[in-house]
Design a protein around this ligand. Structure first.
Ligand code: TMO
Length: 368
């Protein structure tokens, strides 16, 4: 009976102690009742039937197993539309990821959009994704779109972010109580300009970043006037112009950014961010006002995707899920444009060349 030892023909999948045990029980019982020759002949028949069944099942199961892989392997040849905004790291990162998608065989298109309205565009599938969801600037728009449905959170970058009122370090020489917001407010006259009269001038970001500077000034009773910069470049020009005379200035800034490597500085410390500070007046030190807190000091940087991306471009979606950039990597993306003055597309080529060990594992894990 040795030749019918089941382990000699059973496929690996159904080998094992249990099947061997029941097989020898069967063989012993048959041999007891019918004698060896009969048992041998029966076993040969059983084996033949069994084998053809296994063969059939194996064929069927491999067809079933292969089919979905074949379907999943191909991304649509439609372009993956990536939205571009008005600060450098986001533009370069969009090009970096777009070039990664192209390396994976995809078509990519870039479109310049408003950085708040983009969440509605992602939700509706007009654009496929958003690579930089900053908690401070876009948390509220992102949450609103999430509640409506159609887009989802694809995870956080490694980076920890902060966006808030900021000053170059020389400002502290004339206002030593900094970084406290109350000390800043006591020094308001230092920041006065002909344009702002007796009030201090605070240069906020472009309006679409919705920093609510004016609301914060009102909620905390500050002696400042908020002016919106027309572009990120206007913020850097303000700091640059103040540098020669070490003139005190306070402007909107963020991290990660190229600026931290160029101008040492600090964020103003406002009342600490509490969830709901932007939606519930009772949250924060002023019980009657929204926006009476600073932005989150350890904010997230998320990726978001249109719900349909997963099925339309499964490989690109896989890569999007795995992408996670660090503070230095993102600061470098901005620097290549803002300091080195490369075009965003060129900056992305350079960045990718210097960061293959970060991107290759993502591409290799997701490319089929
Ligand atoms: C949205 N931003 C990073 C410019 O603060």
């Amino acid at each position: 009976l040795q030749i019918f030892e089941p382990s000699s023909f059973l496929p690996i999948r159904i080998r094992g102690r249990a099947s061997q045990k029941s097989w020898s029980l069967l063989v012993n019982n048959l041999a007891k009742c019918h004698g060896r020759t009969f048992v041998q002949q029966s076993l040969i028949r059983i084996r033949e039937k069994f084998m053809s069944k296994i063969a059939r099942n194996f064929l069927l199961s491999s067809i079933v197993a292969i089919a979905p892989v074949g379907v999943m392997a191909a991304d649509s040849s439609d372009p993956i539309v990536i939205p571009i905004h008005n600060w450098s790291s986001q533009i370069v990162m969009s090009n970096v990821v777009g070039q990664m998608f192209e390396e994976m065989g995809n078509n990519v298109e870039y479109i310049t959009t408003d950085s708040q309205a983009v969440y509605e565009s992602v939700r509706l599938g007009d654009v496929a994704l958003e690579l930089e969801v900053w908690e401070g600037a876009f948390g509220a728009s992102f949450r609103t779109a999430l509640e409506k449905g159609g887009l989802h959170d694809v995870g956080d970058h490694d980076a920890v972010t902060r966006e808030d009122w900021w000053y170059p370090m020389w400002t502290k020489d004339s206002c030593p109580g900094l970084p406290s917001w109350e000390a800043l407010n006591d020094c308001a006259a230092l920041f006065a300009t002909p344009e702002t009269g007796s009030k201090g001038r605070y240069l906020d970001g472009p309006v679409d970043w919705l920093k609510h500077g004016q609301e914060r000034v009102a909620a905390l009773g500050m002696n400042f006037q908020v002016v919106n910069a027309g572009s990120a470049a206007a913020l850097w020009a303000e700091i640059g112009a103040a540098e020669a005379d070490r003139k005190p200035v306070v402007v909107f800034n963020w991290t990660p950014n190229f600026a931290e490597a160029v101008w040492p500085g600090e964020f103003v410390e406002f009342p600490e961010w509490v969830d709901g500070c932007d939606t519930d007046p009772s949250v924060g030190p002023n019980p009657d006002a929204l926006f009476d807190c600073g932005n989150p000091a350890k904010g997230y940087l998320k990726k978001a995707a249109w719900d349909g991306m997963k099925d339309k471009w499964p490989n690109a979606y896989c890569a999007l899920g795995k992408i996670s950039f660090t503070n230095p990597q993102i600061a470098e993306m901005a620097k290549l444009v803002d300091t080195d003055e490369l075009e965003p597309e060129e900056a992305a080529v350079e960045w990718l060349a210097a960061n293959r060990s970060t991107v290759d594992p993502v591409i290799n894990a997701c490319k089929h």
